[in-house]
Every structure is written in structure tokens, then in C-alpha cells.
Design a protein around this ligand. Structure first.
Ligand code: HEM
Length: 70
């Protein structure tokens, strides 16, 4: 996994920049990633409540060195 330091400032995300926003990263994990033949069965939909999604985004923004950016 790449470093998450300054993650809120380094969009787009993933190695090909395939995900534009942190909100979309959370949605990606919440739906259990993208279906593919190599997907581990442990990676599955999470169905997180929206408050938990917002908390995860706040957590990721907390890795910024200064005031949280966009
Ligand atoms: C809800 C839980 C998770 C959150 C919030 C999260 C967050 C993130 C974020 C923000 C990135 C983008 C990093 C970047 O573009 O610089 C990322 C990438 C990545 N994460 Fe996660 N992650 C989660 C769960 C996991 C799990 C369970 C695994 C492994 C089993 C994993 C493995 C990876 C890998 C390998 C990448 C790099 C993918 C690429 O570069 O294409 N993550 N994650």
C-alpha cells in the first residue's frame, strides 16, 4: 500500500489515477472493490453508514501536515 501521508492533496488516487476523490475511494472500498478474477474473497462489500464514511474521510484528511486541504 502506498503512503497515505498528505493523501488529501494527492488526487487522483490509485496508481493509474483511476479514482478522482477521497469520497470515491471510500465508495470503491464500500462496494468491495471492482469485481475481477483475482479478487480475494475477504474483500467484500462493507455497507458502511454514511457517518462512518465521513469519519474515514476525516481520518484520511488528518494525515495532512497542515490544515486539511481538499
Ligand atoms: C476502508 C478501508 C481502506 C481505506 C480508507 C483505504 C484508503 C486508500 C487510499 C486513499 C488509497 C490511495 C492511495 C494513493 O492513491 O496514493 C489506497 C490505495 C491502496 N490500498 Fe487501500 N484503503 C482501505 C483498505 C485497503 C485494503 C483492505 C487493502 C488490501 C487488502 C488496501 C490496499 C491498497 C493498495 C494495494 C493500494 C494501492 C492501489 C493502487 O495504487 O492502484 N486498502 N487505499
Amino acid at each position: 500500500m502506498p503512503t497515505l501521508r498528505e493523501i488529501a492533496r494527492t488526487a487522483p488516487f490509485m496508481h493509474h489515477g483511476s479514482i478522482a476523490t477521497l469520497e470515491d475511494v471510500i465508495e470503491y472500498y464500500d462496494r468491495g472493490g471492482n469485481r475481477n478474477p483475482g479478487l480475494d474473497p475477504e474483500i467484500r462489500p462493507l455497507h458502511l453508514p454514511s457517518a462512518e464514511k465521513q469519519n474515514l474521510i476525516a481520518f484520511l484528511r488528518s494525515f495532512n501536515g497542515h490544515e486539511a486541504g481538499r
